[in-house]
Design a protein. Structure first.
Length: 338
């Protein structure tokens, strides 16, 4: 089977012609009833992206790419992910790409939690380790997990991860809201870890609803928490309504800034076709889909709109890692909008 393609059991005359032109296979875009032009665009976009991934990505991200787009095994992703996990169950070693600190940290553990969500698995020793690390409160202020650690200074890192002391970053619930949702979803019901997740998620939701959070907050953490709570059957109606309004407001509608500055875009929030944020933002999301297709670089990647001010050698490596991560995010978004 060709990459990014699936066989269709029943086809019309137009599809039969396309099947002949694609060696008996039906491209993904044709299966989704897109136009032939869109089919060719999708194939070209995907093939360029795939080439970049397998030339430049970390083995972890190459495995993620294969799992998400080529029916690759999730076990390959998990085997790669294990190498970033420390004995205490937390994650380090530049799993969060902008911080090369090998020590466990809540932020790097958040990155691992999102890969677990991406895989859609319910149990695994890696998950048990994450729960153990978070429950230990090793990097915990008493109410929230730390956003940035002082030990980051000892290793190559982006300037925003440098701090003289462990900090929660102004109590903006980044990454605590997301980590709390993870505990609610994955920790055994009734366990101390599950109770900790419920307690912090309730505080996070209250802070969001009463407007007491800092203006510059990472709303994605709250959306990850919302999804975890919803999966566990926790009522999220008020939270969903508030997030819908905030996300629509935060998305940058000045498209002249896209690809040039670090601005909020629909793809930050929409990764799957069942996303609740598609309909409220369909017009601007469609615009980003077209933008991404048009602005893909010749090497298959998309521009990175930030940079480190120090560590130029490590940044050159990190930039390619980020490009690989953004390829995965952008392709998921394009697929969701197709």
């Amino acid at each position: 089977m060709k990459r990014y393609e699936k066989v269709m059991p029943k086809v019309n005359c137009h599809t039969c012609t396309v099947r002949q032109e694609h060696n008996g296979q039906i491209p993904y875009a044709i299966e989704k009833n897109l136009s032939l032009d869109n089919t060719l665009i999708m194939d070209r976009t995907f093939e360029r992206a795939r080439t970049f991934i397998f030339r430049n990505a970390r083995p972890l991200d190459a495995a993620r790419f294969s799992f998400l787009f080529e029916n690759g095994p999730k076990e390959s992703v998990l085997r790669c992910l294990e190498y970033y996990q420390n004995p205490d169950g937390g994650f380090g070693h530049a799993l969060e790409i902008d911080c090369w600190n090998p020590n466990s940290s809540p932020m790097q553990t958040w990155a691992a939690a999102n890969i677990i969500r991406e895989l859609g698995i319910a149990s695994h020793p890696i998950i048990d380790g994450i729960i153990s690390y978070l429950e230990s409160k090793a990097d915990f202020s008493g109410s929230l997990w730390y956003k940035s650690l002082a030990s980051n200074k000892e290793y190559p890192h982006a300037p925003w991860w440098e701090t003289d002391f462990d900090t929660t970053g102004g109590d903006d619930y980044n990454p605590s809201a997301s980590l709390a949702g993870f505990l609610v979803r994955y920790a055994p019901d009734g366990s101390d870890a599950h109770s900790l997740g419920l307690r912090i998620s309730e505080k996070a939701e209250k802070a969001l609803l009463d407007g007491s959070l800092p203006h510059q907050m990472n709303i994605v953490d709250f959306d990850e928490m919302r999804e975890d709570l919803e999966i566990k059957g926790v009522p999220v109606g008020s939270l969903t309504k508030a997030l819908s309004l905030i996300i629509t407001e935060m998305i940058e509608h000045d498209t002249s800034l896209w690809g040039k500055e670090y601005v909020d875009m629909p793809s930050w929030h929409i990764q799957d076709s069942d996303s609740p944020w598609i309909e409220p933002n369909r017009e601007i999301a469609e615009a980003e889909r077209e933008f991404l297709i048009k602005t893909q670089l010749d090497d298959g990647s998309w521009p990175i709109t930030w940079a480190w001010k120090d560590y130029p050698e490590q940044w050159a490596i990190t930039k390619n890692w980020w490009k690989s991560d953004r390829i995965i995010r952008n392709l998921r978004f394009i697929r969701a909008m197709s």
